[in-house]
Design a protein around this ligand. Structure first.
Ligand code: NAD
Length: 418
């Protein structure tokens, strides 16, 4: 029943909280309450496959905290989804939302399945049945899901439709990351990568304001990686290496990112792009660049390769790309690590804008969305950097101290019910 208590990712998230609690002398009662999720739901998701057979998947929805408002977090469809991982991700969402001053707690959900092997119809049946099973604990005022790995705008439209059918009227605010035609916001697709680019630029301005044409390597060329590349290229950085699941490419003179987007449309991969040299996927992480953005999967920088990383700044586009040991090795070398709860927060910030627009039935222009996103990302970066400067702690600790501190303060004034 309590399998998540032994899960490696959950224990890492809990340990991070314990360390920060000690560093900030957190009240022991509040600390104890924050170490566990408020609510965890495990559901069976039976669906009829296209071949007529029935298959039962396992789904989860974990709400870590609801002190500041409804909980918020993505839903992933993946065969690695476990209760422990979902619980850790829900906890990180709590700190991320509080750090960005969003009126939310953290949640996460997922269905353990093989999306690559499933048809669109099967994916729709999984999404609709999973929604039905968690229906009683989600809603615009309770818990608001969003896309994550192997879920997208279409998945959110199915969830919104299922929920709305049960309620008897359209409820766009039950999910974010929806298509604009059903209450989604402009700018949501670009938001995470754009946010990563904003924090990288801010960090470069602090560390090396006079650096001419800084170089960057980006692991992963999906939603986060490709949009980060586009915006950093637009800001005048030289993107010298990128990768996807098929391999990595480099060009020390800088890759032409708009042309790479065109090439990707036909080829489906970055590999083979004109004027680039193919290199090993993991070797990309060790490129001699000013900035490294891991924007693919978790756990790619560990104690095995951390001492070979040369970048001066690492911005975590992905969730959890660095292990705790890698963090320590890189911090000892003087690397500036922008943690995921700050660097990749652009997605949840614009999700919040979407929810606000749905609630008010008043929709904003893309310019308005981008302006507000830039303001919140820069403000959060400056708060974290200021604490790092004043207290001599690393950026991850500083970001968590702010996030945990805001939740703790609200918990203290609200008191413990009953
Ligand atoms: P995505 O599926 O759009 O893209 C993933 C990319 O990584 C693809 O290019 C894929 O080919 C590549 N990839 C996969 N395995 C790889 C490997 N071993 N080496 C190199 N490349 C590899 O996913 P995404 O939405 O861009 O998410 C990427 C990461 O960012 C995930 O960790 C996700 O949790 C995190 N994240 C995403 C968002 C968002 O709004 N999309 C928000 C916050 C955090």
């Amino acid at each position: 029943m309590q399998e998540y208590l032994q899960d490696k990712t959950f224990l890492m998230a809990q340990k991070q909280l314990d360390n920060v609690a000690e560093a900030m002398n957190l009240d022991s009662s509040v600390h104890a309450r924050l170490r566990y999720p408020r609510k965890s739901l495990i559901v069976s998701v039976p669906i009829r496959l296209d071949n007529g057979r029935t298959k039962v998947f396992t789904g989860y929805r974990v709400q870590h905290d609801m002190t500041l408002g409804p909980s918020k977090g993505g839903i992933r469809f993946h065969h690695h989804v476990t209760l422990g991982e979902v619980t850790a991700l829900a906890m990180w969402m709590t700190w991320k939302c509080a750090l960005l001053n969003l009126p939310y707690g953290g949640a996460k959900g997922g269905v353990c399945c093989y999306p690559e092997e499933m048809s669109t119809n099967e994916m729709e049946r999984v999404a609709r049945r999973y929604t039905t099973e968690i229906l009683s604990i989600i809603g615009p005022e309770k818990d608001i899901p969003a896309p994550d790995m192997y879920t997208n705008e279409q998945t959110m439209a199915w969830i919104m439709d299922t929920y709305s059918n049960f309620m008897g009227y359209a409820v766009p605010g039950v999910v974010t990351g929806k298509p604009v035609s059903v209450g989604g916001t402009r700018g949501r697709i670009e938001a995470t990568g754009q946010g990563v680019a904003i924090t990288v630029k801010r960090a470069l301005n602090k560390l090396s304001p006079d650096l001419n044409s800084p170089t960057v390597a980006i692991q992963g060329f999906g939603n986060v990686g490709s949009v980060t590349a586009k915006h950093l290229y637009g800001m005048g950085l030289k993107v010298v290496a990128v990768s996807d699941v098929h391999g990595a490419i480099r060009n020390p003179k800088g890759l032409d990112i708009p042309k790479l987007f065109d090439y990707m449309k036909d080829s489906g991969t970055v590999v083979g792009f004109e004027g680039s040299e193919k290199i090993d996927g993991m070797a990309l992480l060790e490129e001699d660049v000013d900035v490294l953005v891991p924007a693919a999967v978790a756990g790619v920088i560990t104690e095995k390769n951390a001492d070979r990383i040369k970048a001066r700044i690492i911005a975590e586009g992905a969730n959890g790309p660095l292990s705790t040991e890698a963090d320590r090795i890189l911090l000892d070398k003087g690397t500036l690590i922008i943690p995921g709860i700050l660097a990749n927060a652009g997605g949840v910030v614009v999700s919040y804008f979407e929810w606000v627009q749905d609630t008010q039935h008043l929709f904003w222009s893309e310019e308005e969305v981008v302006e507000k996103l830039s303001f919140l990302m820069n403000q959060a970066f400056d708060e974290v950097y200021d604490l790092y400067d004043r207290k001599g702690v690393d950026l991850r600790t500083a970001a968590m101290m702010i996030g945990v501190g805001r939740v703790a303060e609200a918990k203290t004034v609200r008191g413990l019910y009953p």
